[in-house]
Design a protein around this ligand. Structure first.
Ligand SMILES: Nc1nc2c([nH]c(=O)n2[C@H]2C[C@H](O)[C@@H](COP(=O)(O)OP(=O)(O)OP(=O)(O)O)O2)c(=O)[nH]1
Length: 128
């Protein structure tokens, strides 16, 4: 799962409003399952290419955590820095794409796990 940082702020997508997907109508981070034979660092680059059309992105692993809000998967959280702004990205899943400053992001209706990741990221960057 990636916390995408663009010059305009944290990039999030608004999930579709379909009742059969997790967290419909919530804003969320980008990510997806690691495929067989793939490393998490490879999976995050593939996901960002597939879901945002990002090629130029510098990823750094932040921490690993069990997704207790979801299906219990072990997730690796990455910080992904891109020089592109949201209007230069191509969203392939979801109804909207935008970038937010931290405070504004925390005011959104966020998927619960994304809120947890953003809050921890903020806390750890303040400590650093
Ligand atoms: N993230 C996201 N997934 C969506 C949206 N609309 C939609 O139909 N989907 C589908 C594709 C995903 O395979 C499925 C589950 O979403 P998810 O966010 O839990 O995906 P995931 O981590 O399992 O990732 P993936 O490997 O399936 O891509 O819902 C949307 O707006 N955002």
């Amino acid at each position: 799962m990636a916390l995408v940082l663009s010059p305009a702020g944290i990039v999030l997508h608004l999930r579709d409003d379909k009742s059969w997907i997790p967290h419909p109508g919530c804003w969320s981070l980008f990510g997806g399952a690691v495929e067989v034979g793939e490393l998490p660092a490879e999976a995050v680059l593939r996901e960002l290419q597939e879901k945002l059309g990002l090629d130029e992105v510098a990823c750094r692993p932040l921490w690993r955590v069990v997704d207790t809000h979801g299906d219990g998967r072990l997730l690796t959280i990455f910080e992904a820095r891109t020089p592109l702004r949201p209007d230069q990205m191509v969203l392939t899943e979801g109804q909207a794409l935008d970038a937010f400053e931290y405070d504004a992001a925390l005011e959104l209706k966020l998927a619960p796990f994304c809120r947890h990741v953003l809050e921890r990221y903020l806390l750890e960057s303040q400590r650093a």
